[in-house]
Design a protein around this ligand. Structure first.
Ligand code: EPZ
Length: 456
């Protein structure tokens, strides 16, 4: 019987993975306009298993461009953004085989030996700006990259000037041409680079580029996210010589070549934090399993301050909340890791609508990351924004409504609001969610949420 269930789960996962891969090729023609219908009011009970991290999988896939040998990745989440990266690598002639064996592990093997173009085209970059992560590896390994300038997105202008400044400092020639960036270099040379602003993918791009440069590169004011540490772990397995990952100063001694490797994608701390906040908002008792409590330390500190009961287990966190228990309002400021992450700001705001007073939430990373505010207001939330600060008055009773997702994490905020609202909430454009949350409807329904996906 167990074998039967395991096969069922594998077939579900495999079909979902292939469907999302197929979707990504159809994406340019038709964005799938599914929606979630949520009946609010249920408390949540049970276990949510956290998937591999989107923001670790994407650089891990790009790093495969640094070698001609197989890079084997396990625990790759089945997400639209992963499918987009598969499509982008495929367009370059890079082979990606997956999913791999094992009923629950989505694994893939990437081999770049057949690469025949060094270009990231507009239609894929505009879908996923993390496509820019191919820049550093392409220039370092092939001496050439042509990447469409990633336009802005819902949350901000998202420039990549720091990526380009760093590559130029390593000796690359950078030019702009009809909406594309051309970057060429005969041989990158190690140097010292200090980032004006902490940039996660900027740090990742330059670590990958410097890993094949001649000489030593020192990155100052580098990003310290777990996804950066995970990328460095992978590069070291591929033969790179890198020290200081996870600190503000990373030193890379360039080597002549890198070889293949096998790597497990780290758990998604933002997915884990999203479900912790959902459990705190809806009430009940939920184990968020297969995640690293250390990666969500800033959120756990906030939850303790809000009076939310939780305990850490050896493979996750259990969140408990009585329906009658009060939630204390908080003042929160988003900052680079290890402080409170911008990617959990929208989700925390949904929770703070249930706070016992007034909360001030300051967004310091992106200039337009309050797109969820008007939608939450439509559900009855009392939120007003002053510049980059949102003032949230609790405790407000939320009412179900027809609302629209605008970006990945704002969508998660709206789902959390729907779980606690009275009546029915309809969240449209949930293709935003499919970019970064694996099987969200299955995971939430599995712990008692009344939520279903409707295809339109
Ligand atoms: C990464 O984006 C994540 N994406 C984002 O997650 C996350 O929100 C962000 O880091 C901040 O933690 C991936 O890892 C794929 P940044 P990234 O460069 O690297 C400015 C999600 O929801 N900046 O760290 O693009 C920039 O405008 C996504 O999963 C420059 O000015 O973000 C921003 O204000 C959303 N010039 C700040 O730095 C540059 O060249 C931080 O951006 C680069 C960045």
């Amino acid at each position: 019987m167990i074998l039967f269930h395991a096969c069922q789960i594998f077939l579900l996962l495999a079909s979902h993975f292939f469907k999302s891969m197929v979707l990504s090729t159809q994406k340019s023609e038709k964005i799938v306009m599914d929606k979630f219908i949520i009946e609010g009011g249920n408390m949540l009970h049970g276990t949510v298993r956290i998937s591999g991290a989107k923001n670790a999988a994407l650089p891990a896939m790009a790093a495969a461009l640094l070698t001609n040998e197989d890079v084997h990745l396990n625990r790759v989440p089945s997400l639209a953004d992963v499918s987009t990266m598969v499509a982008l690598l495929g367009k370059m002639g890079v082979r990606t085989d997956g999913p791999g064996s094992g009923p629950l592990s989505m694994s893939m093997t990437i081999n770049a030996s057949g690469i025949n173009t060094y270009e990231a085209p507009y239609d894929l970059v505009k879908t996923m700006r993390a496509s820019v992560l191919v820049l550093g590896p392409l220039v370092a390994r092939y001496g050439s990259a042509r990447v469409s300038i990633p336009g802005g997105c819902a949350i901000g202008s998202r420039p990549i000037d720091l990526h380009l400044k760093g590559l130029a400092a390593l000796g690359a020639r950078v030019s702009m041409y009809h909406g594309y960036i051309d970057v060429t270099a005969r041989q990158l040379k190690g140097t010292r680079i200090s980032f004006d602003t902490i940039t996660v993918t900027g740090t990742e791009n330059l670590i990958m580029a410097a890993s094949l440069a001649h000489g030593t590169t020192v990155l100052e004011n580098a990003a310290r996210e777990p996804e950066v540490v995970s990328l460095v772990d992978q590069l070291v397995r591929m033969g790179a010589r890198i020290h200081g990952a996870g600190t503000a100063t990373v030193t890379i001694e360039g080597v002549d070549r890198l070889h293949g490797c096998s790597m497990d994608i780290i758990p998604d701390r933002i997915e884990a934090g999203t479900y912790m906040i959902a459990a705190a908002a809806a009430g009940g008792e939920v184990e968020i399993a297969d995640c690293s409590p250390d990666h969500v330390r800033a959120l756990l500190t906030m939850m303790r301050a809000a009076g939310i009961d939780y305990n850490e287990t050896d493979h996750g966190v259990v969140v408990r909340k009585e329906r009658s228990a009060r939630i204390k309002s908080l003042n929160v400021k988003t900052m680079p890791y290890p402080d409170f992450p911008t990617d959990l700001q929208a989700q925390l705001m949904a929770l703070m609508t249930q706070g016992d007073g007034t909360s001030a939430i300051a967004e310091t990373i992106f200039e337009n990351r309050f797109m969820h505010v008007p939608e939450l207001r439509r559900m009855g939330a009392d939120i007003r924004t002053q510049g980059n600060v949102a003032i949230v008055r609790g405790e407000t009773k939320l009412m179900g409504a027809q609302i629209m997702a605008t970006d990945l994490r704002a969508s998660a905020s709206l789902v959390i609001a729907g779980l606690i609202a009275e009546g029915t909430t309809e969240v449209s454009r949930i293709y935003h969610l499919d970019r970064g949350y694996e099987f969200m409807e299955n995971k939430l329904s599995g712990i008692g949420a009344r939520l279903k996906r409707v295809k339109t």
